[in-house]
Design a protein around this ligand. Structure first.
Ligand code: ATP
Length: 260
């Protein structure tokens, strides 16, 4: 039997999504191995967001299959995706701006908590235990993302780059096995992008996390990813190491719009 770490965590096979006359994804297949960072690139309209939305079950697909840990994703309803181990961040931050960093982070853990509304309201002993565990985990995640100094600060009072780290922290609270990052470098300055690259590597090594990121910031994708997948007009045009993909003539053509 194969070692679990050597297996693909995610296997996308022949996924096709159509919106009326538009084929947003056209038979896309790729694998992401456990513990690796994969970058998903492509010009505007290539199908990157559509693919993310398929992975978080916001969109259905007319053909193909997505296996997560060897099981069809379609076996799990959309609201069960976080509990299955797939977390995500959004292009536009989805934080509660008047709440503190710590409270925002804590909320990320509730997506996976087992307690129901009634036992929460009654503060039953197992709920209190769960709250304590969530609190301890929030402290760990806040430390990992260097947010200790601002833990009590309302999110609205923080610079945009720090707010993005809070969103990342919140996504980590659900203890995902696969983290989908939607343009994590969007809106960040040069220095912040470099900090993000180191942070993603730290998260990967400390939490043994697998990540798939959609990103337009080429420098970040090429430096942080173990594998890069390129889409164009809904089709996969390249899949390999950053060096291989950067030199691929179809990728060069897709970005420059000229013969390579
Ligand atoms: N809900 C939808 N209804 C109709 N068409 C859609 C929908 N979502 C995406 N599309 C179309 O599918 C194609 C792929 O779009 P998608 O947003 O996945 O591309 P993208 O690679 O994420 O682009 P960008 O980099 O600009 O975010 C586009 O032609 C888009 O107009």
């Amino acid at each position: 039997m194969q070692e679990p770490r050597a297996q693909a965590l995610l296997e996308v096979t022949g996924v096709t999504v159509r919106f009326g006359g538009i084929t947003a994804l056209d038979g896309v297949s790729f694998k992401v191995m456990r513990g690796t960072i994969a970058g998903l690139i492509g010009p505007n309209g290539a199908g990157k967001t559509t693919l993310f939305n398929c992975l978080s079950r916001l969109y259905g697909f007319s053909e193909g299959e997505i296996l997560f840990e060897g099981k069809p994703l379609t076996d799990t309803p959309p609201h069960g995706i976080a509990a299955l181990g797939i977390g995500r961040t959004f292009q536009n931050l989805a934080l509660f701006r008047t709440m503190s960093v710590r409270d925002n982070v804590m909320l990320g853990g509730h997506a996976r908590s087992a307690s129901g509304f009634l036992s929460n309201a009654l503060r039953l002993p197992h709920v209190q235990r769960e709250e304590r565990q969530l609190g301890a985990r929030a402290s760990q995640v806040i430390d990992l993302l260097d947010l200790q100094a601002v833990a009590a600060t309302p999110v609205a009072d923080l610079p945009f780059g720090t707010q993005k780290r809070v969103e990342l922290a919140r996504a980590l609270m659900s203890q995902p096995k696969l983290l989908l990052l939607d343009e994590p470098a969007g809106g960040l300055n040069h220095e912040e992008v470099d900090g993000l690259r180191l942070l993603l590597r730290r998260i990967q090594s400390e939490l043994q996390l697998t990540m798939l990121l959609v990103e337009h910031h080429m420098n970040l994708v090429m430096r942080v990813s173990d594998q890069v997948i390129a889409l164009d007009f809904g089709r996969k045009i390249a899949d390999g190491t950053p060096a291989e993909v950067r030199e691929n003539p179809d990728v060069v053509r897709a970005y420059l719009g000229v013969e390579a």
